[in-house]
Design a protein around this ligand. Structure first.
Ligand code: ZN
Length: 316
């Protein structure tokens, strides 16, 4: 049984959050409009999720961590989203987020873009995840629907997950056009929240679309590094970087400030319907970029199987 720690986030009202984000994001984008809206039906284009919304018992899980990947991989670190759903006290949870695949299932390393309704007492799991890997043919991106090859809900090493009952309801809509600041969309949001809420940590997750422009995305190689990766530079040399084009559908998980659980405070993976996907760093076309996002503040953080030996390498 993995170690599980639980923490109650500070949960502002949606109206207050919308105001705080409207004010803060103006510093980083030419055009910003933040409001409280009904969540659009996420079973529709371009999302095609198994459930309609991101509301109902919102929570965040940070499972494992980068120390399971570097300096050297620990392949025995394997997890299951059905188990995580129970561990976060939400059987049948709808998960969105960012993680790594289970290499014992996939036969190598790859980015996992989890979109999963976990099983409950009456219903089997629905796995709508994507997997982004390096194509052995041409070293390009190979994005596949997880369910075309696999039937399980495993993942490996680490995952940052936003979980809810997948219900419709009120959410925060963020429209941000033309980036004027240096930070990526999610870092901007996180830093605005950290500045405003300080030592009252706020957690958020949901989904956003990069509607225009291109983005810097990485994919981990299929082979784990045989030699230890001891610095950010060594990790970046090992990763494969791409410039991918909009529209990209991104699943962010963010925590304004780590309350002391050795968290990855932001992590975003994305997929598309044109064969591209992976780990989001930032857009590369600030002058034309358009972001449209739907977010919910989480009530609880669950820290699952926190690595015993830790470091700050490779958390970008
Ligand atoms: Zn990632």
């Amino acid at each position: 049984m993995a170690q599980i720690e639980k923490f109650a986030f500070y949960v502002p009202t949606l109206e207050e959050l919308a105001e705080v984000l409207q004010d803060g994001l103006k510093e980083n984008f030419a055009e910003v409009h933040v409001s409280v809206v009904d969540c659009p039906d996420l079973t529709q284009e371009p999302f095609r999720f198994p459930l309609k919304g991101i509301c109902g018992k919102p929570r965040i899980a940070d499972v494992g961590g980068v120390p399971n990947l570097v300096p050297l991989v620990q392949k025995d670190k394997v997890y299951d989203l059905n188990t995580v759903a129970k561990e976060i006290q939400l059987p049948g949870a709808f998960f969105l987020g960012a993680g790594a695949v289970s290499s014992r299932i996939v036969g190598g390393n790859a980015e996992l873009i989890p979109v999963v309704q976990a099983k409950n007492e009456t219903k089997a799991a629905v796995n709508g995840s994507y997997i982004a890997m390096i194509n052995p043919e041409d070293n390009g991106c190979l994005l596949e629907k997880y369910s075309t090859k696999y039937k399980d809900c495993e993942f490996g090493l680490l995952a940052n997950l936003y979980a809810s009952e997948g219900l419709a309801g009120k959410v925060i809509e963020v429209k941000a056009h033309r980036r004027t600041g240096e930070q990526n969309f999610i870092s901007c949001i996180r830093k605005v929240l950290e500045q405003y809420y300080g030592d009252k940590p706020v957690g958020m997750g949901g989904t956003f679309i990069i509607q225009k422009g291109r983005a810097k995305i990485h994919i981990m190689p299929s082979e784990f590094s045989a030699c230890p990766l001891n610095t950010d530079g060594e990790v970046n040399n090992w990763l494969k970087f791409f410039e991918m084009k909009a529209p990209l559908i991104c699943q962010p998980v963010l925590v304004s400030r780590d309350p002391g659980f050795d968290l990855r405070v932001e992590h975003t993976h994305c997929f598309s319907h044109h064969g591209e996907g992976g780990h989001y760093h930032t857009d590369t076309t600030p002058e034309i970029v358009e972001y449209l996002g739907y977010f919910m503040p989480a009530e609880y953080l669950f820290r699952i199987d926190r690595p015993k030996e830790t470091h700050l390498v490779g958390r970008d």
